[in-house]
Design a binder for this molecule. Structure first.
Ligand code: 5AD
Ligand code: SF4
Length: 473
């Protein structure tokens, strides 16, 4: 029998009991003051972290906190950190550093740091010693214990450092406070088994564990009923969904069942690993009603030598064969990828092989990163590429991709696309913005009532990053 990765119900209940206790305490404490106890949740990193933060905010609300958008007005600050690159860690540490003066002004303020960065023992120690005003710390495996740790901190007064649990499990039924009323994240699995030689994720998120199909289906069905229009399924490697559960039910099976749900919604997923991207999955996408013809397939490098050193378990030939099959079945597919520049040992030739793969595949969009050594990963031990060379290659990669994206986007000029409107653009308040089925940004003149709705936009102009168009009535 396979072991269930789901948190035993009595532990979920315990979490709810602590939330109820906190809520009662909060009410008593604030009775008659006319004030609201408020919490600020700050998120670094990927969508998985965004999804976790929506649960942290949900738990805060359940405990009687009002969510606020400024740390200055908060009585509880939760910083959900990322560890993927040095830069992400430095940003989080610098923000936590700035909270020192908030604590000085408001000694009752509780500061909590959680997430991937502090799941690493050495970062947890850093916080303990260098940030003495941080009240408690917990790792990614302990999300459900947040209320318990908060109560413990408030009742005993001692600082708490809890980087990990004995086991990483799936907590069902925690409250969630979604950021949007029309776009939603749904985690379908957690953790990673791949151990790519550059990556910290398996060390900070544990082994792969899949949610039960019935739990995922119930959540998606509920979201659609509530009017959500764009639902993204999340996992570090969604293509291995179900493998840990046994029984042969896989990601393509899950997608097929979710696609059968009635309603006006788009389904997406991320992230896929090329070693497990199956033709069956592509066939399900191609035949679906709701699944966006959009695929994020991280290539990481276009050199077989480097892919081998990265422990990726595919080569460029296999990568190209997936792309070919995908384009055969879905000629309109939007294809995006991740590339790491300057992995240890990357020669000029290896890098040129990456550029040449970009020319062959012609991605719609790339997320490119300069390799950042991560403590405890195998690649950290290898001979590093000179930082100047890394930056210079990074610029060359951006320039080439900019040109390809520009050219690809021109093909859409004159077409009318369905766009999910996100309201007034953050960068240009004269325009509204939204996302196409391929998840590209489109700007247009909209109206308040468009927000959260599908609108049709004729594309008048395109650059490498966005479309500009006219809304059709
Ligand atoms: N340095 C740079 N980029 C990294 N990524 C993962 N680990 C590292 C690292 N150590 C990139 C990969 C991955 C994306 C989420 O982040 O491209 O797909
Ligand atoms: Fe997400 Fe990975 Fe960063 Fe954690 S380390 S927040 S899983 S990108």
């Amino acid at each position: 029998m396979t072991k269930s990765p789901v948190l035993p119900p009595e532990l979920t209940q315990k979490s709810h009991d602590f939330m109820a206790r906190m809520r009662r305490e909060n009410e008593r404490y604030y009775e008659g003051t006319g004030k609201n106890r408020s919490a600020f949740v700050l998120t670094f990193g990927c969508q998985q972290n965004e999804a976790d933060s929506e649960r942290l905010a949900g738990m805060c609300e359940e405990m009687g906190y009002k969510i606020c958008s400024e740390p200055e007005s908060a009585d509880l600050i939760v910083v959900n950190t990322c560890a993927i690159r040095e830069h992400a860690e430095q940003k989080a540490l610098s923000i936590v550093g700035q909270y020192k003066h908030l604590k000085a002004k408001n000694p009752a303020l509780i500061i909590c740091v959680c997430g991937c960065m502090v799941t690493q023992e050495h970062r947890c120690e850093d916080i303990k010693h260098r940030y003495p005003y941080v009240d408690f710390v917990f790792g990614t495996a302990s999300l459900h214990r947040f209320p318990e740790l908060l109560v413990e901190k408030l009742e005993r007064g001692k600082r708490i450092f809890h980087p990990t649990e004995e086991e990483y499990l799936v907590a069902e039924g925690l409250p969630v406070r979604r950021e949007s009323t029309y776009r939603a994240w749904v985690s379908i699995m957690y953790g990673c088994n791949n151990f790519c030689s550059y990556c910290i994720v398996p060390y900070v998120r544990g082994r792969e564990r899949s949610r039960r199909p019935e739990d995922v289906k119930a959540e998606v069905r509920e979201l659609v009923e509530q009017g959500y229009r764009d639902i993204t399924l999340l996992g570090q490697n969604v293509n291995s969904y179900g493998k840990d559960s046994g029984g042969g039910y896989d990601f393509a099976d899950l997608l097929r069942e979710l696609d059968a749900i009635e309603g006006d919604f788009t389904l997406r997923f991320m992230t896929s690993h090329p070693k497990d991207a199956s033709n069956k999955l592509i066939d399900v996408m191609a035949a679906s009603r709701h699944i966006a013809h959009q695929f994020h397939l991280p290539m990481q490098s276009g050199s077989d030598t480097i892919l081998h050193a990265m422990n990726r378990h595919y080569d460029t030939k296999r990568y190209l064969s997936i792309v070919q099959y995908m384009r055969e079945k879905m000629p309109d597919v939007t294809l995006t990828s991740d590339i790491i520049v300057g992995f240890p040992g990357e020669s000029e030739q290896d890098f040129e092989d990456t550029l040449s793969m970009l020319q062959t595949v012609r991605f719609d969009m790339l997320y490119s990163f300069i390799y950042s050594p991560r403590k405890g990963t195998p690649a950290e031990e290898l001979e590093q590429v000179d930082p100047k060379i890394k930056s210079e290659r990074f610029e060359r990669l951006l320039a080439l991709q900019g040109q390809i994206a520009f050219e690809k986007n021109q093909a859409f000029v004159g077409q009318t696309l369905r766009v999910l409107c996100d309201g007034v653009s953050k960068n240009n308040s004269a325009l509204y913005s939204g996302r196409t089925e391929g998840n590209k940004i489109a700007f247009f003149e909209g109206a308040p009532a468009d927000t959260g709705k599908f609108v049709f936009v004729r594309i008048d102009r395109a650059d490498a990053f966005a479309f500009y168009g006219t809304k059709q009535q």
